[in-house]
Write a protein that binds this ligand. Structure first.
Ligand code: ADP
Length: 476
């Protein structure tokens, strides 16, 4: 059953408003059919949303964290009550299989509960002074009005992490979701008022580049939180109106290192999950694998067999792999695979566009990938994994670290020396050893190098929305 697509309206100061003519088509990637059309909110529309967030801030920042926690728990309950609707909209616009959309909605609700619990654990400290009668207190205060710009691959979670932490901290927020996946964002924001959040605390502006640029460069913001491509992140960093905290979660191109001591079956299972889940459209997707030559052949054979066993189809039929979300991703898969083959690599399965309406690329394994080719250097962000054999540990580390990416890396090894030597040498913010989950809600998650800066998840995710104040009081 198709979900009901909500009207493409902005949420500004508690009112749903039409932001202009609908000019951007939102397409179901499984069929190519237009789902809805949204406006690209202009500067005046973004001004209104930022002004509403500013107005609401004065009262909201003085509420107690206990009150904010109560509302966040209610929002989590609201998400769970509307699970089917949210899942349907995510799959319709983004294309992912229903059970993956279900996981996303469940984790969205968990994020609201998590930050409800963290909200009341923001403790300051007192610091000894050299003089009698003077005390230094460190306290945390909300940064203020936050702008959040998010992509389409996890259309709800990537809003949710920012929304949950901002609201828990006592900030107000203006969210601009991706133009590919606006409807689940509208449905999520509609749950805020029923949960008891005051008008203007959380606002939504729909649109693409016009809205994004207007929000990113708005002088009324106190912080900008962005998740998206490295190129857009760089453009945004240049366009901000003033010095303020920025958090940037950018592209990955994540490596997996499989050593001679690895459990090859586990390494293959990890690669299948983290390379092909969400059709590979994950910032922390495994894109390139470096396998010790002694287990290289076994790894490639088993990975190829595993990929051939994956079911492919529309997300609504709940296969293993759905369509890719847009033509840009499909075309990049083609370009990366073709270039790798031209540079001497060999496709062991897949390797081509699937010819049907919508945007599709076959789950693909490419072997003997030269380290200099695009597939080994840049993020594909599609269902494509490239494998390269290596001989020495130093070589594996150099290959894994040898791109601008610094978000996540995966290591499969049973030898403890390898685990720690390689685990420490990998220049990434998140390293998962013998498991494919580099990000969990209660541990900090963030990149380095070209993958950005700042943290989401964990206490660190909340502290990104708080300023530190040193209050030095002389009382004697
Ligand atoms: P992705 O491929 O992950 O969608 P983008 O970085 O293009 O990557 O998009 C992420 C978000 O940034 C989307 O909400 C998009 O509309 C927005 N966006 C795109 N260009 C700009 C820009 N120049 N300034 C601000 N936001 C932008």
């Amino acid at each position: 059953m198709s979900p009901t697509v909500p009207a493409p309206l902005n949420l500004v100061g508690g009112s749903w408003v039409q932001a202009g003519e609908p000019v951007v088509d939102v397409v179901d990637p499984a069929t190519g059919e237009v789902v809805t059309r949204i406006p690209d909110t202009d500067g005046a529309g973004v001004d209104a949303a930022v002004a509403a967030a500013r107005e609401a801030l004065a009262d909201w920042r003085t509420t107690t964290p206990f009150h904010r926690a109560t509302l966040l728990h209610r929002l989590a309950d609201g998400v769970r009550e509307h699970r089917d609707e949210l899942v349907g909209l995510v799959t319709l616009e983004m294309g992912k299989p229903l059970r993956e959309a279900g996981n996303e909605v469940d984790k969205l609700a968990d994020a609201f509960d998590y930050y409800a619990e963290e909200a009341v654990r923001v403790h300051g400290e007192t610091i000894p002074n050299e003089q009698h009668g003077v005390t230094s207190i460190v306290r945390y205060e909300p940064v203020g009005v936050v702008g959040a710009i998010t992509p389409w691959n996890y259309p709800l979670e990537l809003i949710g992490w920012k929304l949950a932490a901002a609201l828990a901290a006592g900030c107000t927020i203006v969210v601009k979701p991706s133009e590919y996946t606006p409807s689940s964002a509208v449905a999520l924001m509609a749950l805020l008022q029923p949960a008891g959040f005051p008008d203007g605390v959380a606002n939504l502006v729909l649109g693409a580049g016009v809205a994004g640029r207007a929000l990113a460069s708005h002088p009324g913001l106190d912080k900008l939180a962005f998740t998206g491509s490295t190129a857009t992140g760089a453009a945004i960093s240049r366009s901000v109106a003033k010095a303020m905290p920025l958090s940037m979660e950018l592209g990955g191109s994540c490596p997996q290192v499989v050593t001679a001591s690895a459990d090859v079956d586990e390494a293959v299972a990890g690669c299948l999950r983290r390379g092909f889940r969400n059709a590979g459209q994950i910032c922390i997707a495994i894109n390139r694998v470096y396998v010790h030559r002694s287990v290289h052949r076994e790894f490639v054979e088993k990975l190829t067999a595993g990929v051939e066993a994956l079911t492919v189809g529309p997300g609504s039929k709940d296969p293993d792999v759905g369509p890719v979300t847009n033509a840009g991703i499909r075309d990049r898969c083609v370009a990366h695979v073709q270039q790798a083959v031209a540079d001497g690599a060999r496709v062991t399965t897949g390797g081509a566009v699937i010819d049907r309406p919508g945007t599709w690329f076959a789950p693909t394994v490419v072997d003997e990938v030269p380290p200099t080719t695009l597939l080994a250097q840049e993020e594909t962000f599609g269902p494509v994994v490239g494998v390269t054999p290596y001989d020495t540990t130093e070589e594996a580390v150099a290959l894994a670290n040898g791109t601008t990416a610094g978000l996540a890396a995966y290591l499969y090894a049973r030898d403890l020396t390898e685990v720690f030597e390689i685990g420490h040498a990998l220049d990434f913010g998140n390293v998962a050893v013998n498991n494919p989950d580099a990000g969990i809600m209660n541990a900090p998650y963030g990149g380095r190098k070209g993958s950005g800066h700042g943290y989401e998840h964990g206490r660190e995710g909340l502290f990104g929305y708080l300023h530190i104040k040193h209050l030095r009081v002389r009382y004697g």
